[in-house]
Design a protein around this ligand. Structure first.
Ligand code: FAD
Length: 369
């Protein structure tokens, strides 16, 4: 293949969003290389949750920008993503969680998020099937919801292709070729060498290995999570919010005629203890299928996004720690701004990977499900 302006490594929600935003900026002589098929990594395993309720101001701002794009997605790309804006309901049962969410709600409201705190009784009015007597409070944001992650990837990819981006699936990148502190090319597992001065690493949990070939350390690690699907909903309303029992991590939302639910436990036996405690009707909803995927964890549960300080032409976005789908529109826009030399809409320098080597550089995102 002839030399290209940029190579994107990985075609999940983040890589596809970068491709779309670069093409939108008129930077279309680029190729996206995906080892398997588009969206085959963590993206297709996600619950599709989209929320403005984060504890770090940068995540709130990224989420606000992403939400705006997801609300306009069909108009922008032509793709329908089944976005259901039913809200997110966080259930809180420990004094420390109540205090942390109190601070986060104040931050979110100061940034214009329509979030509010609820009493346990009000949470029970929203979802009557919940057990609420041991709750201390809850938070609810009506603009949150969920959509179909694979549809978002296909929508971005199709719109990028229409603008000239080449997307090649079944093309695993073996290494990034560097010389004199600059990116020179990528080499695929088939032995092809594609000359380029710019590589954007969006390979999810595979990012660490591919970045290491260029001697860049991206400390992202996989953490197994599982989702379960049921054939009916136990009488839970079609417009029930995405509901999360924050202390245990158990969460659910409607999916077709039934429910999808998950949590920190990865076996049905272990998960059913917190699930039946919070949502007793779940025992009557037969399981029909399940899948697992990997959260893309970073050391402080915030993403790593930026341009390498040590290798010219190397850009990256990974380590979203379970909230990468919902932030991918704004992160793709941000990387496109960096690559094309435009002023970033949001200053994400606190998310650069070099923070981990700096005293006090880490910044913890506390609302990780
Ligand atoms: C069970 C579960 C539930 C989740 N729920 C949510 C949720 O509700 N909301 C939310 O926002 N997030 C959620 N997440 C997290 C979300 O899925 C991830 O943060 C997000 O998908 C990361 O996107 P990505 O594009 O960075 O990575 P990925 O989707 O993993 O994409 C990376 C791609 O890179 C490719 N690749 C890897 N190595 C190479 C290589 N060497 N060459 C070429 N290609 C390569 C892979 O094949 C893959 O397709 C959930 C995750 C799981 C597992």
């Amino acid at each position: 293949m002839a030399a290209v302006d940029a190579v994107i490594v990985g075609g999940g929600c983040v890589g596809a969003s970068v491709a779309y935003h670069l093409a939108e900026a008129g930077y279309a002589d680029i190729v996206l290389l995906e080892a398997d098929t588009l969206a085959s990594g963590s993206t297709s395993k996600a619950a599709g949750g989209i929320r403005l309720q984060h504890g770090d101001a940068l995540n709130v701002r990224l989420a606000q920008r992403s939400l705006a794009e997801l609300m306009d997605f069909e108009q922008l790309t032509g793709a329908e993503i089944s976005f259901r804006q039913v809200g997110y309901l966080f259930l809180l049962s420990s004094p420390s969680d109540l205090a942390m969410f109190g601070q986060s709600v104040a931050l979110q409201q100061s940034l214009g998020v329509p979030v509010r705190t609820l009493s346990p009784e009000q949470a029970g009015e929203l979802v009557p099937q919940l057990r609420t007597e041991d709750l201390l409070g809850a938070t609810f944001c009506p603009s949150d919801g969920y959509a179909t992650p694979e549809a978002v990837v296909q929508g971005y990819a199709a719109a990028a292709r229409r603008r000239g981006v080449v997307i090649r699936q079944g093309e695993r990148v073996r290494r990034i070729v560097t010389e004199h502190g600059r990116v020179q090319a990528v080499e695929t597992e088939r032995g092809e060498r594609i000359a380029t001065s710019t590589v954007i690493c969006t390979a999810g949990t595979g990012s660490r290995a591919i970045a290491a070939t260029a001697e860049v350390d991206l400390p992202v690690s996989p953490e197994r999570r599982r989702l379960f699907f049921t054939s009916h909903s136990g009488g839970i309303a079609d417009d029930v919010p995405l509901t999360i029992d924050f202390a245990t991590g158990f969460y659910f939302h409607r999916e077709g005629p039934g429910l999808v639910f998950g949590g920190r436990e990865v076996t049905a036996e272990d998960l059913m203890t917190p699930a039946t405690h919070r949502l007793p009707v779940i025992v009557d909803a037969p399981l029909t299928s399940t899948w697992h995927g990997d959260y893309d964890m970073s050391p402080d549960h915030n993403a790593m996004v930026g341009r390498s300080a040590h290798l010219e032409g190397f850009y990256y976005a990974t380590g979203f720690s379970g909230h990468g789908f919902q932030l991918s529109p704004a992160v793709g826009e941000h990387l496109a701004e960096l690559v094309t030399g435009r002023q970033p809409s949001i200053d994400l320098t606190p998310f650069r990977v070099e923070r981990f080597a700096e005293v006090g550089g880490s910044r913890v995102e506390p609302i990780v499900v």
